[in-house]
Design a protein around this ligand. Structure first.
Ligand code: ADP
Length: 684
């Protein structure tokens, strides 16, 4: 028997392995099964070049548990190891047999998993003792038995073994007795080994007999040795892709929308299949669905730095031996290979979408609402993707028609260019709520887009920023004549006294709260627009919407919603109302108006007089005079407001017109709505 010390510099290598090398203890199984698969693949390669003769026999890798002995065993019928090789490959940690082998058989080998560094030693993370029983494929080989108790000392002796290959026997420490449970091991094999290229057996298949599950004679193979991504796209049908999707995500019932088969040889190796899942509103729900493999061994579903963020919404598999696996996340980010992989995937995804858009436009439009969140997310966060996607990203009109931005510009150019040459895109977030506005826009021959997606407000901002002379306006932000202003406005001139009369009358009847504020203005819009209507500033509203998704913009969220109640003086009803107000209030208003005019004239005169002086040059008396005049103007205005407020109390039409404006804007609810209904009935 040979005894020796494992060839590492520090006596403390095992605690280091246990603590720092892998935080996930469970990966020991991945490492050992991968080694077994490697050894099997090597044997196949040797056989294919004639270095191993004859029938290779059963090549399955077996994983088994012996509860009474507290052991977990991984057995293979691969190349095996001679005592010499155990010494070189196992005892001298830094020596990676896999790499040496790869070098020698570079061009012929099937995929070799040898990229995980100190793979074998991870067994000590969960074991008190590890044994190797191995018989090499070489003609004159003698079987070897190696034992190590987790310190740098090992024992090695010759043993008797007739089968070629290796058994790795782990004596599981009490602390990790969960690794002696069938369900735990099955779970881990499913997670890490489901797509390994050599059959992995764990126990026997079970079947139902007489109401009980009983073992059959058949090996239970847990993996698919040729998963779809390792095969040629030309060999696969849509059904195969769908089947593989469900194999990857057994809990997923929905069908994926599209798939992309990745296959890159240069400048790095990468294969995989990405799926566009059905996603709608919640962006976080389906994250972390892409699985990263290295030569068919599962590595992680943390692909954050390998694919751009918006692609983490996709599902599927990426397999690349060129992604460094045992390095820190921050290193990954700056790794050149990883950057290339990321931009390649972006390009592939965009190409595929462009292809479907071009060749199967109808299908693309049909699926647009399911994929738009992801495409828009990409456009907003990745300039390169934007440049490609802008050619196929769609806008949907309220009549269900789809257009790209370029197509849409062309479609509305004639009608929707305003008098300043700006192209105005009309949109709504809610067809029902904006029904009357949309109808009026359509009557004018305009088109209205439906923009009800979570990211639409940002897409609008992006489009406006990138396109010249293009502006989006929500269809209810103003009356249509004002949104797309042309040179054909009616001319109705009101004196400032007439404007005040209308304004004060209506102001007295609107109720302002903490959350909403109404301004009243008068404007000659059009005889066929409503006599009174509500507008909301597009910019303010958008800022508030955007601020919901962004930090540091809570200032906007706290602001009240601001609306303007516009009295449309071009409408005959407004003219009639003004005439009635004036005749009813003439006696009360006239003297106040006269005094007010005089007070305002005085105030202006004082301002004029003092305008060239600095504040500290003014005498006390001069300051007082201005204060007095200002107060007087304010007091008279209040008196005047009161006159109109008194009038408003006597004329039901004022409140009624405001309610109609609110109703048209979908803002009349609850008690106010009930009152409106009752009042309307009474008036008739
Ligand atoms: P790596 O697999 O990264 O090279 P390991 O520590 O896992 O590192 O394994 C070291 C070497 O031991 C392997 O490269 C291989 O040559 C040899 N080895 C490990 N397990 C087996 C096995 N089951 N059959 C044959 N050789 C093995």
């Amino acid at each position: 028997m040979a005894k020796g010390n494992i060839g590492v510099t520090s006596d403390n290598i095992f605690p280091v392995i246990k603590k720092f090398l892998y935080s996930d203890h469970e990966i020991f199984l991945r490492e050992l099964v991968s080694n077994a698969v490697d050894a099997t693949q090597k044997l196949k390669t040797l056989s294919s070049v004639g270095e191993v003769k004859g029938d290779l026999g059963d090549l399955k890798v077996r994983v088994s548990i012996d509860k009474s002995k507290k052991t977990l065993t991984i057995s293979d019928h691969g190349v095996g190891m001679t005592a010499d090789e155990v010494d070189r490959y196992i005892n001298q940690i830094a020596f990676s047999g896999a790499e040496e082998f790869l070098e020698k058989y570079k061009d012929k080998t099937e995929a070799i998993i040898g990229h995980f560094g100190l793979g074998f030693y991870s067994a000590f993370m969960v074991s008190d003792k590890v044994e190797i029983f191995s018989l090499s494929y070489r003609d004159d080989a003698r079987a070897v038995h190696w034992t190590c108790k987790g310190d740098p000392e090992y024992e090695m002796e010759e043993t008797i073994r007739s089968e070629r290959g290796t058994d790795i026997v782990l004596h599981i420490s009490d602390e990790f007795s969960n690794y002696l449970e069938d369900s735990t091991i099955r779970g881990l094999l499913n997670k890490y080994c489901k797509f390994l290229p050599v059959e992995i057996v764990f126990g026997k298949k079970k079947e139902w007999k007489d109401g009980k599950q009983v073992e059959t004679d058949e090996d239970d193979v847990i993996n698919d040795v040729a998963p779809a991504w390792t095969r040629k796209p030309s060999e696969l049908t849509d059904e195969d892709y769908s089947k593989f999707y469900h194999e990857l995500y057994p809990d997923q019932y929905e069908e994926p929308l599209f798939h992309i088969h990745l296959n890159v040889d240069y400048p790095f190796h990468l294969t995989g299949i990405l799926y566009f899942p059905k996603i709608k509103n919640n962006m976080d729900v389906n994250r972390k669905k892409i699985q990263l493999y290295c030569n068919q061994v599962f590595v992680t579903s943390e692909v954050d730095n390998i694919v751009p963020e918006y692609l983490t919404l996709l599902h599927g598999v990426i397999d690349s031996p060129d992604i460094p696996l045992n390095v820190s996340r921050s290193y990954l980010q700056s790794d050149q290979n990883v950057k290339k992989i990321s931009s390649h995937i972006t390009k592939k995804v965009a190409d595929k979408l462009a292809e479907i858009f071009k060749n199967e436009r109808e299908d693309f439009e049909h699926k647009w609402n399911d994929i738009k969140l992801f495409i828009q997310f990409g456009m907003l966060t990745d300039e390169k993707f934007y440049e490609r996607a802008v050619k196929f990203a769609l806008f949907e009109s309220t009549d269900g028609k789809f257009s790209t931005l370029d197509e849409y510009r062309e479609k509305i150019k004639e009608q929707q260019t305003d008098k300043n040459g700006d192209l105005i895109v009309l949109y709504t977030k809610d067809v029902d709520a904006n029904y009357s506005y949309i109808e009026r826009a359509k009557q004018k021959g305009y088109d209205v887009l439906l923009m009800d997606g979570e990211l639409d407000v940002h897409i609008i901002a992006q489009a406006e920023q990138k396109q010249e002379k293009l502006r989006f306006e929500r269809v209810d932000s103003n009356v249509i004549e004002n949104i797309i202003s042309k040179d054909d406005k009616p001319k109705v001139e009101l004196t400032s006294g007439e404007q005040d009369a209308l304004r004060y009358t209506f102001e007295s009847k609107v109720s302002n709260g903490d959350k909403t504020h109404f301004y009243v203005s008068t404007e000659a819009v059009s005889a066929d627009a409503l006599p009174v209507f509500l507008t909301q500033n597009e910019y303010m509203r958008r800022m508030k919407e955007m601020s919901q998704h962004q930090q540091g913009m809570s200032f906007y969220t706290q602001m009240p919603d601001q609306y303007t109640l516009v009295v449309n003086t071009a409408h005959p009803l407004a003219g009639k109302l003004l005439a009635d107000i004036e005749s009813a209030t003439a006696d009360a208003a006239k003297p106040i108006v006269e005094q007010l005019e005089a007070a305002e004239a005085e105030e202006n005169r004082l301002h004029d007089e003092q305008k060239d002086k600095k504040p500290d040059e003014l005498t006390e008396a001069e300051k007082n005079a201005v204060d007095e005049a200002t107060k007087k103007v304010a007091a008279l205005k209040n008196d005047l407001k009161k006159v109109y407020a008194d009038y408003a109390k006597t004329d039901e039409r004022v409140g009624q017109l405001i309610d109609v404006a609110l109703l048209a804007a979908g803002k009349l609810t609850g008690e106010a709505l009930a009152n409106f209904v009752n009042r309307t009935v009474k008036m008739m």
